[in-house]
Design a protein. Structure first.
Length: 617
């Protein structure tokens, strides 16, 4: 048995989890609360989860303990599944609470109680009036939800659970475990042996965690399972523990608020005694979604957005103390984290029809005129910044590989953009780096970054021209160039090319279009990409052997250029629909989806690709 770890390298830990999730020999067990989690997800998010679940089910890797089904059945049969949606009850209560608060404020508030800079300082009636308007708006919104449709949705979710989870119940006799559970539980709980001893005082189901654990152990032993992950929403102290310190991006620091947790070493040891392997992990649902999103952001976008409000993958707490001062402090601290590497490019127009050119993936010295930005901003892995400054804290937050920190960075940026910003070389460069990292965070499914990129016109409405230009330049640059300022050699980051395309059509952004056009060189063959303002139809021709509604693709030709799939580090799934193919091509070559015309199939056609096209992420 191992002692609890004092320090854990968090980046290495999540790398292990990513590897385990992709390992065909790793088995995934789902706790009861993961079943109930399906009720809390919208249909798009559930369907993305089910695609992954179906995949590991086909491979025999997905399992639900019988005790988990028993616990869910008790709640379902007692018609208590509505407890999974307790926030809906809270929603009904809020109007009454707001009404009581409104009455209190009308009795209590004096003009002298407002902040000095408040717009209500000399107008308390306006404050009370706006509060009532907000209350009425909330009341109207509350009534928009149909209780009958909510019940129908719950019934639909239950049917999905029957379809998706019934077939993966594990082949273990849970009643045999129950025969001796009382004495077994008594000895373990008396000695505080995990799991479940924290539930010893519960009147009902105090041994539930222990029974579920014994099922997993017995099943793993009988099926010779050497690698396993338990996915749960309960990161209980008798399941997991928090190392005192963590290493993140090469820096050692305190495990703030004990937010990073790993499986209790005693459980890992017990798993090893049953299986002769210590490869056992416990993760929560948010962590699972984070891992899936890191493997394929576009395939789990809705799922990622759905869970982010509760995502606790990381613990970075960054604050921006905005006082309206100008930020021209010089960079001092080297940043430590860089975005994922997808890559590549080509060139074209901005309203006029011009010849497109492929891109050479080569050195750092491209055609960009560098006097507007520091050279280290273009290769932003080398960009130095002061983490204590406003801009530096935003950059640091955006560069962390977690949604919580990245979303917080967007909030900090919005506050900062409302202040006076000096038009200096460093500030332009820092804003450029921020633009790059906003875009990469959006590509990684940070929902506030997604919203920012998709609504650039609104976000940039009240900022100075140089601020708008710097952030937009950074976003565009991230599509085509990696952190070392090299052309992306394995496919563009065209996830939100349509949003950039739309904003670049605004005449005030002509300099940004010139900037990215000047950055792109005439490349060698086999590299195909398009500037975001490209306006011509892009013809994609697929050749291969047709069998009914299946086309076995042997060659892809884009605008008369044969695609060498081996040049790109992207994935063409072994089988995909037309819409999936168009989305993949849009991302890979930075082509707005509306411009892609596919010759060789229709909406009912499945496209199957040869082995050379099935590439890793």
């Amino acid at each position: 048995m191992k002692f609890p770890k004092l320090t854990v390298d968090k980046d290495a830990y999540y790398k292990q989890i990513v590897g385990m999730i992709q390992d065909v020999d790793c088995h995934v067990f789902f706790d009861t609360n993961i079943i109930s989690q399906m009720y809390r997800l919208n249909s798009s998010a559930r369907n993305e989860f089910y695609v992954w679940l179906d995949d590991i089910t086909r491979k025999g890797r997905a399992h639900v303990p019988n005790w988990a089904i028993h616990e869910y059945s008790n709640r379902y049969l007692s018609t208590k599944t509505s407890d999974y949606l307790s926030e809906l009850d809270t929603l009904k209560k809020i109007p009454n609470i707001l009404g009581q608060v409104s009455n209190f404020l009308k009795m209590y508030v004096d003009a002298s109680l407002f902040k000095n800079n408040s717009r209500f300082t000399n107008n308390k009636d306006l404050f009370l009036s706006e509060f009532d308007v907000a209350n009425s708006l909330f009341l109207n919104l509350k009534d928009e939800l149909d209780s009958k449709k909510i019940k129908q949705n719950n019934a639909a979710v239950h049917q999905e659970l029957l379809t998706k989870f019934q077939s993966i119940s594990i082949d273990e006799d849970v009643f045999d475990i129950l025969k001796n559970i009382d004495s077994f539980q008594q000895v373990r709980y008396a000695n505080m042996v995990p799991p479940g001893f924290k539930d010893s005082n519960k009147e009902y189901n105090s041994a539930g965690d222990l029974i579920l654990w014994q099922e997993i152990l017995n099943f793993a032993k009988n099926k010779n399972i050497k690698k396993a992950i338990l996915v749960t929403r309960d990161m209980k102290k008798d399941y997991v523990y928090s190392p005192e310190r963590i290493i993140e991006s090469g820096y050692e620091k305190a495990n703030t608020n004990n937010s990073f947790k790993i499986a209790d070493e005693r459980l890992v040891f017990e798993f090893e005694r049953y299986t002769a392997s210590d490869e056992f992990y416990i993760i929560n649902f948010d962590q699972l979604v984070g891992v899936l999103s890191s493997i394929s952001a576009k395939d789990y976008k809705q799922l990622a957005i759905a869970v982010q409000m509760n995502n606790k993958l990381f613990d970075e707490q960054l604050e921006l103390d905005v006082d309206g001062n100008k930020d021209d402090c010089q960079p001092q601290v080297e940043n430590s984290i860089e975005s994922e590497e997808l890559c590549n490019v080509s060139e074209d127009i901005g309203g006029k029809k011009e010849t497109k050119y492929p891109i050479v993936a080569e050195s750092k010295d491209n055609n960009v005129e560098n006097e507007y930005y520091m050279n280290t901003a273009l290769s932003d892995k080398d960009f130095l910044f002061d983490e204590t400054s406003h801009l530096g804290s935003i950059i640091k937050s955006l560069k962390f590989y977690n949604w919580e920190s990245q979303n917080k960075g967007i909030d900090m940026l919005k506050i900062y953009l409302a202040t006076t910003i000096e038009n200096s070389l460093y500030n332009r460069s820092a804003l450029f780096v921020i633009g790059r990292n906003i875009y990469q965070a959006a590509c990684g499914n940070a929902f506030k970054a997604i919203s920012f990129v998709k609504d650039l016109k609104s976000e940039m409405k009240n900022v100075d021209d140089f601020v708008n230009r710097s952030i937009l330049d950074g976003c565009i640059y991230e599509v085509y160039f990696d952190s070392l300022n090299n052309y992306r050699s394995s496919g563009c980051k065209g996830y939100y090319i349509s949003s950039l395309y739309e904003y670049l059509q605004d005449s005030k952004n002509e300099r940004s279009l010139d900037f990215i056009r000047n950055a792109l060189k005439v490349p060698k063959e086999n590299y195909i990409c398009y500037l975001p303002i490209y306006s011509q139809k892009v013809l994609v021709k697929l050749e291969g052997k047709r069998e009914s509604n299946l086309l076995r693709v042997s060659k892809i030709i884009i605008d008369n250029s044969v695609l060498d799939c081996k040049s790109y580090g992207y994935v063409f799934f072994s089988s995909m629909h037309l819409s999936q193919l168009v989305e993949t091509l849009s991302i890979l070559f930075a082509i707005p989806k509306v411009l892609i015309s596919v010759d060789g199939g229709d909406a009912d056609t499945y496209f199957e690709f040869t082995e050379c096209m099935q590439l890793p992420f």
